[in-house]
Design a protein around this ligand. Structure first.
Ligand SMILES: Cc1ncc(COP(=O)(O)O)c(C=O)c1O
Length: 357
């Protein structure tokens, strides 16, 4: 990495820590109901927790450097091969690994407004993020992205369903888009929230790894959301073996011993997660309906959070909600992550008080 890249990374890290301290400034997060970070309100499977505690007993030793058992468990889960899987301490480090492996200064990275780490992925490699506005209904504008392709475009990021909007692009539309993108452009599909989706056509693009071998596709996944393990830090990418090999040359693929054990146990506990999903979806439906009844514009979510417009200043709404003890976020308009039933009800009560509707 040359000095300029190192410097720009340092600047970005500083920005990131400034952002984090702004979020936390003067606020004791432990006293707030956390409905701002898209975390899982019910937490991980008890079996995953047990596996983590057990693995912690021997965590004076490093975990398996190659994460073989976890990669095999992930490969089996999808009917893919060990060579199709790369792991990381969360999916955020894998986003950096993608930048490290495939971007050079001056390259363009196309995306719609989405998770900020993709801007950083471009920034740390001195590549240029090209951000195409969302459609009016806050969905990803695939036609706009296609029209923005130039001969410098190296990566297109499609976050599906998207953060912070919670909206999604349907299977057919996305496959058609992927088919027509030139084969030398890497398509990075971030599916951090996809397991929460209920729409029949909101589906993973991982089958394309085998179905379209000429397309460089990376499907990004995490144990932080659906699996309720955000603090454990485990993520992974699925792709063709040559792409995985390139990613593995970059730093960041190590997963803790406890993380490896917990993730394997979590993948196996389908029953717990199906039950937890039902409660999350009930919470989403409840909050969406109540916010609509209050006259808010709600963008229907396929995730565990809701993007909504109160037609008031979103920062002001956020401050008032925080004063009432609940942490939400305000990426442009408001975003609330689903909580437990009682937290969702309290949030709605607070919104009634704030909006006076
Ligand atoms: C769309 C999206 N991708 C990736 C991540 C990174 O998650 P993690 O690093 O915890 O796997 C997040 C986190 O909020 C996200 O919203």
């Amino acid at each position: 990495m040359d000095l300029k890249v190192l410097l720009s990374k340092a600047v970005l890290e500083k920005e990131e820590s400034k952002r984090a301290s702004r979020i936390a400034s003067g606020v004791d997060l432990s006293k707030l109901v956390r409905m701002g970070f898209n975390e899982h309100p019910y937490g991980m499977s008890p079996k995953a927790l047990e596996a983590i505690l057990e693995a912690s007993r021997t965590s004076n030793f490093y975990g398996d450097f190659q994460t073989v058992a976890l990669k095999n468990a992930i490969a089996d889960f999808y009917g893919l091969k060990f060579e199709n899987v790369c792991t990381g301490a969360g999916s955020s480090p894998i986003i950096e690994m993608v930048g490290c492996a495939f971007l050079n200064p001056g390259d363009e990275v196309l995306m719609c407004p989405t998770f900020a780490a993709f801007l950083d992925m471009a920034g740390i490699r001195m590549a240029k993020p090209v951000v195409v506005p969302l459609n009016e209904d806050m969905t990803y504008d695939l036609d706009g992205l296609y029209a923005a392709i130039t001969d410098r475009t190296k990566i297109i990021v499609v976050c599906n369903p998207n953060n912070p909007t919670g909206t999604y692009v349907g299977k057919q539309k996305l496959i058609e888009f992927i088919k027509k993108v030139p084969d030398d452009i890497l398509i990075l599909v971030d599916e951090a929230y996809l397991e929460f989706a209920t729409a029949d056509d909101c589906v993973s693009m991982y089958p394309l790894i085998n179905e379209m071998p000429d397309k460089p596709i990376v499907v990004l996944k995490t144990f932080s959301k659906y699996y309720g393990m955000a603090g454990v830090r485990v993520g992974y990418a699925l792709a063709q073996p040559d792409i995985i090999k390139a990613l593995m040359k970059c730093p960041g693929s190590m997963v803790s011993r406890a993380g490896q054990a917990g993730a394997i146990a979590a993948l196996a506990d389908k029953e717990y997660y199906a039950e937890a999903k039902k409660k999350v979806v009930d919470g989403i439906n409840y909050i969406e309906k109540e916010l609509e009844n209050m006259g808010c514009r709600v963008y229907h979510s396929q995730t565990n959070f809701i993007f909504f417009d109160t037609y008031m200043d979103a920062q002001e709404v956020r401050t008032k909600v925080m004063d009432a003890g609940i942490m939400i976020s305000a990426p442009s308009i408001s975003r609330v992550s689903v909580g437990r039933k009682e937290d969702n009800e309290r949030f709605i009560e607070v919104m009634h008080e704030i909006l006076g509707r």
